[in-house]
Design a protein around this ligand. Structure first.
Ligand SMILES: [Zn+2]
Length: 129
């Protein structure tokens, strides 16, 4: 992967920019090469809404070790008003405060630190608003 591509993707994740299919109007996030709805390959950039709603969620008591997350934690499906659904962790929250219909925003966070090289992967997570 070229440095330029990594940089582009980093920007995409940070600013939470998705894409809108020119063929059928479906909004995709994260970006893809081909629209799963119509097979189109032409897209416009689309800024994701700041706030979405929790559609469903689950509390994880025993998670995979590599994620290095303190249990219990919440994994939620979040729906935005443009129809996009994202599955991610809800951070900085007491699991008791989480419920269906609550509003969340996506934030940029460390996902995991990788082994001896110390490479840290970043991505989006959700926070109650
Ligand atoms: Zn399409």
């Amino acid at each position: 992967m070229s440095t330029q591509k990594i940089w582009r993707e980093r920007i995409g994740r940070y600013r939470l920019i998705g894409q809108k299919c020119k063929g059928c109007g479906k909004v995709l996030f994260p970006k893809r090469l081909i629209c799963p709805e119509c097979g189109g390959r032409d897209f416009d950039e689309e800024q994701m809404p700041d706030v979405g709603k929790i559609v469903t969620y689950t509390t994880v008591y025993v998670g995979p070790k590599f994620l290095e997350l303190d249990t219990p934690y919440i994994i939620a499906v979040i729906e935005f008003n443009n129809g996009v659904r994202v599955t991610t962790q809800v951070v900085d929250v007491d699991p008791k405060e989480v419920s269906t219909g609550k509003e969340v925003k996506l934030v940029y966070r460390k996902l995991q630190a990788e082994g001896k090289t110390g490479v840290i992967a970043y991505g989006y997570k959700a926070q109650l608003v």
